[in-house]
Design a protein around this ligand. Structure first.
Ligand SMILES: Cc1cc2nc3c(=O)[nH]c(=O)nc-3n(C[C@H](O)[C@H](O)[C@H](O)COP(=O)(O)O)c2cc1C
Length: 297
C-alpha cells in the first residue's frame, strides 16, 4: 500500500475487537514512530508500549477522553529535561510536540497498511499517566495512540471538515484549478551570480540572531557557519576562502546532526583559519627582500 492510499484510508476508530495485536505488528508501529524526525535531531522522544490488559484498563480509566476499547496503547512521550537542555524553551514547548505529532501520524499511517485501526487520544491528566506508567516527573506523555483490530461494525467515521487553504498570504483563497501562481516565473531565492547582496546577508544574520534565542542550541553555530558560507559566495579571488567555503558546504549538514562531530569539525575549520591568519600576518618575504634590497642598494 503506498502512502497516498494509507492517507486516504486512515480514519480513527473507537470500536475494536478483543483480538490482541501481534508482536511483529507492534514492532512495526514502534519502528514507524521511531522513524519520525525530531527537531535538532535530539533523542528526546520516549515511547511506552502498553499491552498488559490491567495497565491498558487503568490508562483508560484515568483518561476520560479515551473512548476506544483498544487492546494496545502506544504512548509517545518527551523527556523534558533533555529537550530543554539541548534545544531550549522552544525545544521543550514546541518542537517536542511537533515531533510527537509526526511520530503519531507515522503510526496511524503504518497501522492502515498493516490492516490495524488506531485513534489518537490527548489527555490532560499527565500526572495520572505518570503515576500509572511510572513515568518520571520530567517525562511528559504527549499523545496516546489506541491500537487494535477494527470491529466488524466500527463507529461511524467523523466527517472530515474541509481544509482552509490560502495562497501566498492569509485570506487569499487558494483555487487549485487556476494554476495562476505556478505559471509565473520563479524568482531566484537569493542573490545573483555574485552571491547574496549585503542586504540579504544582513537580513539572514538579523533573523538568525533572533532565532538563536529560542532555538535548539546547536542551530546557532550552524547559522553562523551558514552565514560564512553565504558571505563567501562569489568570492572566488581568494583561494584559501574558496577552499574553506567548499569544505563548509561539503560537510555542514552532515556534521550538525551530531554535537561531538560538529565540535570536532569546527575545531578543524578554526585550526585552518588560525594557521592562515598566522601566515597572512607575517610580512611577505618578497616585499621584505625588496625593502632590504632597497635599503642596501
Ligand atoms: C491531537 C489530537 C488529539 C485527539 N484526541 C482525541 C481524544 O482524546 N479522544 C478521541 O476520541 N479522539 C481524539 N482525537 C481524534 C479526533 O477527534 C479525530 O481525528 C476526529 O474525530 C476526526 O476523525 P478522523 O481522523 O477519523 O477523520 C484526537 C486527534 C488529534 C489530532
Amino acid at each position: 500500500m503506498d502512502v497516498t492510499e494509507s492517507i486516504r484510508k486512515r480514519r480513527f476508530h473507537r470500536s475494536f475487537t478483543d483480538e490482541p495485536v501481534d508482536e511483529d505488528a507492534l514492532a512495526q508501529l514502534v519502528w514507524a514512530a521511531s522513524r519520525a524526525p525530531m527537531g535538532g535531531n535530539e533523542l528526546v522522544r520516549r515511547i511506552v508500549l502498553v499491552t498488559d490488559p490491567a495497565v491498558v484498563r487503568t490508562v483508560r480509566q484515568v483518561t476520560p477522553s479515551f473512548l476506544a476499547n483498544a487492546p494496545a496503547v502506544l504512548v509517545i512521550c518527551t523527556d523534558l529535561e533533555r529537550a530543554e537542555a539541548s534545544m531550549g524553551i522552544q525545544g521543550r514547548d514546541v518542537l517536542s510536540l511537533v515531533d510527537a505529532g509526526a511520530a503519531a501520524e507515522n503510526v496511524a499511517l503504518a497501522a492502515v497498511a498493516l490492516g490495524l485501526a488506531t485513534c489518537f487520544v490527548r489527555s490532560s491528566n499527565d500526572v495520572a499517566l505518570q503515576e500509572v506508567l511510572e513515568l518520571p516527573g520530567t517525562v511528559r506523555p504527549d499523545i496516546l495512540i489506541a491500537v487494535g483490530h477494527p470491529a466488524p461494525t466500527p463507529s461511524p467515521a467523523m466527517k472530515n471538515p474541509p481544509a482552509v487553504v490560502y495562497r501566498d498570504r492569509f485570506g487569499s483563497v487558494w483555487n487549485p484549478r487556476s494554476g495562476a501562481s505556478t505559471a509565473q516565473k520563479t524568482a531566484p531565492i537569493r542573490g545573483g551570480s555574485n552571491g547574496p547582496t549585503p542586504f540579504e546577508t544582513a537580513l539572514y544574520l538579523v533573523a538568525s540572531a533572533r532565532d538563536c534565542l529560542d532555538e535548539p542550541l546547536i542551530y546557532g553555530p550552524f547559522r553562523m557557519i551558514e552565514g560564512v558560507s553565504r558571505m563567501l559566495e562569489g568570492q572566488t579571488g581568494d583561494s584559501f576562502l574558496k577552499e574553506m567555503k567548499a569544505a563548509i558546504d561539503r560537510e555542514k549538514y552532515n556534521v550538525m546532526a551530531d554535537r561531538a562531530s560538529f565540535a570536532r569539525w569546527l575545531d578543524d575549520l578554526l585550526r585552518a583559519f588560525a594557521a592562515e591568519a598566522g601566515r597572512r600576518n607575517v610580512p611577505a618575504r618578497a616585499s621584505t627582500a625588496v625593502a632590504v634590497d632597497g635599503e642596501t642598494g
